[in-house]
Design a protein. Structure first.
Lengths: 286, 308
């Protein structure tokens, strides 16, 4: 780089790097803008939220947030929907992990024969259009009096997230050095002891990434919730849709509700972004 | 397992060995069983029942209307133009979104694959759309950005000399793809970025010293290296986009010109049609098509399953 003709190239490279930096920032701001605008809009009055020329009159304070979290009898309240969502998401994610950790162990560590076929089977269930299974799920739930309960949502969310969890955890488990496990085995450690003392500490980051992804998908899920619940067990995504009204303006309220609904997942995703990518790409592309 | 002889004169010794091999196999399978059984019961069993339903004429709201009619439910789908349209929309929504999101995602990943001021901040901004609840994203885009009168996008269009466009009603399919691309590009970017960052810097530098141009390096080194990452992004993206119900429902209200297969089946059954027998036949056909497609796709990208 230090020879005669190079400074021109260096200058050119630096110029190009600057352009690239500006482009990266522009892209970031562009992609983020709708989210920014959603949050901004939730601090507006309804009149200011929908105008032909966008404005920045944020003079409604927290009024819209108060509006949407207010409880009115006979309607789905934020607190109730939040409680349902939190319960369903936490319990289903916990069950997913309880089922997926041993399964991943059997696919990666002490491999069953044809583990590849088993893994393919798990993934293939994700291809099944959920619309093709929803009718029996609906009729069976109805027969078992599970319609509109948290239990039915927990069951279907476990089945929704289990394949992905098995896939991700298998990748993480496959990375664990074999020597470590063999040493533990020679020391006479049993299955649960090996799992708890050797394996879990190593794959803990992978497990938390998997749990996070299950949390995101379950929290945001809409189709199954719409079909299997009607009032008692409606979740946050359904609560958001109740902001739509045919009478009068509602964009500010909708924005406030959407902001509240998105906060848990967005925060969790921001905090764990690096881990999330690792979880999705690792092993699968090794 | 080759130690187990297949001759009829089994010595006591090999018998013991065989039972121990079998026991060992079962002890290996045991941890897998709860997940496997759960998945079979909750995902495969309903499908078998769907096949059973599909052989019946059944209006859910009319008690006692459950009547065996054989394969009659399968005659209609073949000639049903709405079903054909829904299939086409599913292909356009899934394929269009995956391709566009991967192209933009690759460009963004290359921009991000450098050290620069605020890199972490930009990545955080970029991934946010993927974290937004699809229902919220659809509604905010519909009423805040794509609205025919008050939409932000229309304000920009007017600013550069166009007139208002009623996106969600006139171009519902395009609207769905716009919002899904916005949500899925960050996801593709993240996966491709992970691929770029796993590329060996030394080898790239060596190629550069040898005089390879940026384009040559990209075509002959970066693209082959990225292939498994692109495949992974395409696979995971397709899995979720094939089922995209939220956006079709909440962004364009299930407009006939954007209705995809999940919405179509919903509409014919729980969403108001209540024709469970007929809707089940559509479901079965979709599953058969998906199984064929998924098999082809998984075989094409089987590199993902090679361990270590």
């Amino acid at each position: 780089m230090s020879e005669g003709s190079k400074p021109v190239i260096v200058g050119q490279r630096r110029w190009m790097a600057n352009v690239a930096n500006v482009a990266a920032w522009a892209a970031g701001l562009l992609f983020f803008f709708p989210v920014f605008w959603m949050v901004i809009t939730s601090f507006k009055t309804e009149q200011n939220a929908q105008t032909e020329i966008p404005n920045l009159h944020l003079n409604a304070g927290l009024e819209r947030f108060r509006d949407v979290t207010k409880s009115a009898p006979g309607t789905l309240t934020f607190v109730k929907a939040f409680g349902t969502s939190a319960t369903v998401v936490l319990v289903s994610t916990l069950i997913v992990l309880i089922l997926a950790v041993p399964a991943a162990y059997a696919l990666a560590i002490r491999q069953v024969t044809k583990w590849r076929d088993v893994l393919l089977f798990f993934i293939s269930t994700k291809f099944l259009p959920i619309a093709a299974a929803i009718l029996p799920l609906y009729t069976i739930s109805q027969k078992l009096h599970l319609l509109d309960t948290k239990a039915v949502l927990i069951i279907v969310y476990v089945s929704m997230n289990l394949p992905l969890a098995v896939w991700m955890l298998r990748s993480f488990f496959a990375e664990v050095p074999r020597d470590l496990l063999e040493a533990a085995e020679i020391d006479g450690a049993g299955f649960f002891s090996r799992l708890r003392n050797v394996l879990l500490p190593i794959v803990a980051p992978g497990i938390s990434a998997t749990a996070l992804l299950c949390f995101i998908f379950a929290w945001n899920e809409f189709f199954l919730a719409v079909n299997l619940t009607s009032f008692k067990s409606q979740t946050i995504p359904i609560w958001v849709t109740t902001m739509i009204s045919t009478r009068g303006q509602f964009l500010a309220k909708l924005s406030a509700a959407s902001t509240l609904a998105c906060i848990p997942v967005v925060l969790a995703g921001w905090v764990a972004q690096k881990r999330l990518v690792r979880g999705l790409t690792m092993g699968a592309v090794k | 397992m080759t130690t187990v002889s297949s001759t009829s004169s089994v010595s006591p010794d090999s018998k013991i060995r065989r039972t121990s091999v079998r026991r060992q196999q079962w002890s290996r399978r045991l941890p897998l069983m709860p997940a496997l059984i759960f998945t079979i019961v909750v995902t495969q069993l309903p499908f078998v029942i769907t096949i059973w339903y599909s052989l019946h004429k059944w209006d859910f709201l009319t008690p006692g209307s459950f009547k065996f009619i054989g394969l009659k439910n399968y005659v209609k789908p073949i000639s049903d133009q709405f079903f054909r349209a829904a299939t086409l929309h599913t292909v356009v929504i899934t394929g269009g979104t995956v391709v566009i999101a991967i192209v933009i995602g690759t460009a963004l990943a290359m921009l991000m694959d450098r050290q620069f001021l605020g890199q972490g901040m930009v990545r955080t901004l970029l991934i946010t759309p993927f974290l937004i609840m699809p229902v919220a994203a659809s509604l905010i885009w519909r009423h805040g950005f794509l609205d025919a009168t008050y939409g932000f996008l229309n304000w920009i269009l007017r600013g550069i000399g166009f007139s208002n466009v009623a996106f969600t009603t006139r171009y519902p399919l395009l609207s769905v793809v716009i919002v899904l691309v916005w949500q899925w590009t960050p996801f593709m970017m993240l996966i491709i970025l992970a691929g770029l960052q796993s590329q060996s810097g030394e080898i790239l530098e060596a190629a550069r010293v040898d005089g390879a141009s940026g384009i040559t390096i990209f075509r002959h080194m970066t693209v082959p290296h990225l292939r498994p990452y692109l495949e992974l992004g395409g696979l995971l993206g397709s899995i979720y986009l094939l089922q995209a119900f939220d956006t079709v429902d909440q962004l364009v209200g299930g407009a006939p010109d954007a209705r995809n297969v999940p919405y179509f089946i919903y509409q014919r059954s729980i969403g108001g049609g209540w024709k469970f027998g007929q809707a089940s036949a559509y479901g079965v056909l979709v599953v058969i098509a998906t199984i064929i497609l998924a098999n082809v796709a998984l075989r094409l990208i089987s590199s993902l399953l090679e361990s270590q």
